[in-house]
Design a protein around this ligand. Sequence first.
Ligand code: NDP
Ligand code: 2IT
Length: 443
Amino acid sequence: MGYVDEVIEMVQTKNANEPEFLQAVKEVLESLRPVVDANEALYRREAILERLVEPDRCIKFRVPWVDDKGNVQVNIGYRVQFNNSIGPYKGGLRLHPSVNLGIIKFLGFEQIFKNSLTSLPIGGGKGGSDFDPKGKSDREVMAFCKSFITELYKYIGADTDVPAGDIGTGAREIGYMFGQYKRLTDLYEGVLTGKGLSYGGSLARTEATGYGLLYFTNEMLKCNNIDIAGKTVVVSGAGNVAIYAIQKAQQLGAKVVTCSDSTGWIYDPDGIDVALLKEVKEVKRARLTEYKAARPNAEYHEGKGVWTVKCDIALPCATQNELLLDDAKALVANGVIAVAEGANMPTSLEATEYLQKNGVLFAPGKASNAGGVATSALEMSQNSERLSWSFEEVDSKLQGIMVNIFHNLDDAAKKYGFEGNYVVGANIAGFEKVVNAMLAQGV
Ligand code: NDP
Ligand code: 2IT
C-alpha cells in the first residue's frame, strides 16, 4: 500500500466517528499523490502526513451562561489549533447546533492549506460551539460570548491564535468576545478579526469572502476565455458570504437569481435585490419568507432546490455537503459552466468528481473563499502597525491576492500534469509551503 493510502486508512481507524474530517483528509491527501510519490522516502522518514493530519491540540470546554428566564444553559466550546508552521493559528468560530469536534477538525484542516494559499503568514485553526444564536436575545448572545471567551482567552493572542467569524459569528459576536478578552487580559490587541470599524476592524472585511469569491471566479473564467457579464448565477445561502458574493456578481454584470437559508430558497427572475436581502438577514435576522413578501415576482420554496435552477455559474455559499451528486447531475444537465465554492466543502467528493468529469470548471473553497481569511490577515497587519487602510487599498490587495491564488494553483496543476484540475492545484500549492516549513523546523 502506498504512503497516502496508509495514512488515509490510519485516519479512518482513529477518527471513525468524524465523517467530515475524514472527507476533507481524503480529498487533500488523494490529490497530493503526485508530490508525495515524488518525495516518498523523505516524507515517510519525517512522518509528514501523519503530522499533518493530527492537530497540534484540540481544546474542548464547558460554556455555561444564563438565559433570559434565569436558567443556566451549558454549551460545548472548541478550538482546534491545527498547524502553526507558517504563522499563528488563524480561522473562524462557528456557532451552530451541528458543531462537534469532527466538524471543527475538518474546518481547521482545510484552513491550513487555505491560509497557505493566501501567501500571508497564517497557520490553520478553527473553533466554535454547538450554541445556536437563532432566536436568542442580544443579551443571551452576549452572555454566551463572554462565557466562551472567559475560557478561550487562555489559549489565544495576537501572536498565538487569532479567531474570527464563520457561520453564526458576525460583528456582533466578535464585539462581545473582544470586549471580554480585553477585560480579562488588559490587552488591546488584534486577537480577533472581523472587529467593528471603530475598534480595530478592517474596511472590506465584511465584504471580503463574497467579493474574493467573485474575483477568483472572474479570473478563472477569464483564463478560460469566458466573460462573466450576462451570465446567470445561482447562489445558496443568505449569510455573510452569499450576500457579498451576490453583490459583486451583480457589479460584474451577472444576474443572480437565487439565494437560500436553512428553511427554504428564493427564485427571483428579476435578479436578487441585495438591499432587501441585507435588510431581511443582517438587520431583521428574519426568514426568507420576508424577502418574498416584499417582492411579488419572486418565488419562495420550502427545503432545498437552488441547484435545479438553470444557470451558467453556481456558487454554494451556505455550508458543507450542500451540493451532492444528484445536484451536480441537475447542474450539468442544465448546462452549468462553472462551480465555485464560497462555503467550506459544500460539494461532496462524488459531486466534485462528476462536475470535473463533465468539463465544469470547479473552484475548491480553500482557494475561492480564501479572501475572507486573507483580509483578516490584512486586519492583523493594520492592528500591528496601529493604522487603518482605506476601503480601496484593502479591496485592491484582496483582488491581487485572489488573482495570485488562481495563478498559483493553475501553475501547480500544470506542473504536475493535471491542467485545469483546480482541486489538485490548490491542495499541492497550499501543501508545498507548509511542508517546507515543517521540514525546516524539524520534529
Ligand atoms: P452565515 O451564518 O452568515 O450564513 C450561513 C448561511 O447558510 C445562512 O443563510 C444559513 O441559513 C445557511 N445555511 C443553510 N443550511 C445551513 C446549515 N445546515 N448550517 C448552517 N447554515 C446553513 O455564515 P457565512 O456566510 O459566514 O458562512 C457560510 C459558509 O462560508 C460556511 O461554510 C463558512 O465556513 C464559509 N466561509 C465563511 C467565511 C467568512 O468570512 N464568513 C470565510 C470562508 C468561508 P440560516 O440563516 O437559516 O441559518
Ligand atoms: O473559513 C474561513 O476562512 C473563515 N471563516 C474566515 C476565517 C478568518 O480568520 O477570517
